[in-house]
Design a protein around this ligand. Structure first.
Ligand SMILES: [Zn+2]
Length: 241
């Protein structure tokens, strides 16, 4: 049996390959920038000797947020905020470290806690759609392939729709991440926690992290394009009258 995977579709497949190469390059660059900047600014001690955990606490205090607990987490750059337990988990490189990178990362996680505490809408939306998005990303390809095998364009359409749902998660995640970093930098600046020389270093560390989310979004969009191309090349969207 032969399926048209969109290879001949108006050069669509060639376009897709070029876009995908671009995405892989972008994602690799962002990942490299994250590790390079984190390593570089992990070697720079904050002038006031503030640790990552203390910086996060200061960001929470500056925003009037109370009740958030702290925990250690293994690994590198595994730092996160869990809204269900209201716990900020900081990795060993961050928790007790007095580096500018540690302060930046910890303040970013505190930024997420502030987002929840203040009812920032995009993060609520993000959490509300997580189950549907996981469901969508798991079932999109199987649905598309079953639709192809059965020649059922409606099933293929559902597959495309499910992938679009998974992409929506990345669409919402990017502004949430950028906003957490903006809150972090703003608080570090307003509270005088970092000096004018240290702030740009923290900003660079967090900017690189945001770029990894931008790369994930770009990759998801290009993958969605591939599903759409396969859908169209196999009779999807064609009028039946
Ligand atoms: Zn984040």
């Amino acid at each position: 049996m032969y399926y048209n995977y969109g290879y001949g579709f108006d050069g669509g497949y060639l376009l897709w390959i070029i876009l995908m190469i671009g995405c892989v390059a972008f994602a690799s660059w962002a990942q490299l920038a994250v590790t390079t900047n984190f390593r570089k600014y992990s070697a720079v001690r904050t002038q006031n000797g503030l640790t990552g955990a203390q910086a996060a606490q200061a960001v929470l205090r500056a925003n009037g947020v109370t009740g958030v607990r702290f925990a250690h987490i293994r690994g590198s750059l595994t730092d996160n905020f869990n809204p269900r337990t209201n716990v900020i988990s900081l990795s060993d490189d961050v928790y007790d470290s007095t580096s500018v990178a540690a302060v930046g990362v910890a303040a970013h996680e505190a930024g997420h806690a502030v987002q929840y505490a203040t009812g920032y809408a995009p993060i609520r939306l993000r959490n509300a759609i997580i189950p549907a998005c996981n469901f969508g990303s798991g079932l999109a390809w199987p649905m598309l392939l079953i639709g192809l095998a059965l020649g059922a364009t409606s099933l293929m359409g559902i597959g495309v729709g499910l992938y679009a749902l998974a992409t929506l998660f990345q669409v919402v995640t990017l502004p949430v991440e950028i906003n957490a970093s903006r809150r972090a930098i703003h608080a570090l600046e307003m509270e005088g926690l970092l000096t004018a020389q240290e702030l740009p270093m923290a900003r660079k560390t967090l900017f690189a992290a945001a770029m990894t989310y931008a790369a994930a979004l770009a990759t998801s969009l290009v993958q969605l394009l591939r599903l759409v191309l396969i859908f169209l090349a196999n009779g999807g969207g064609r009028r039946h009258d």
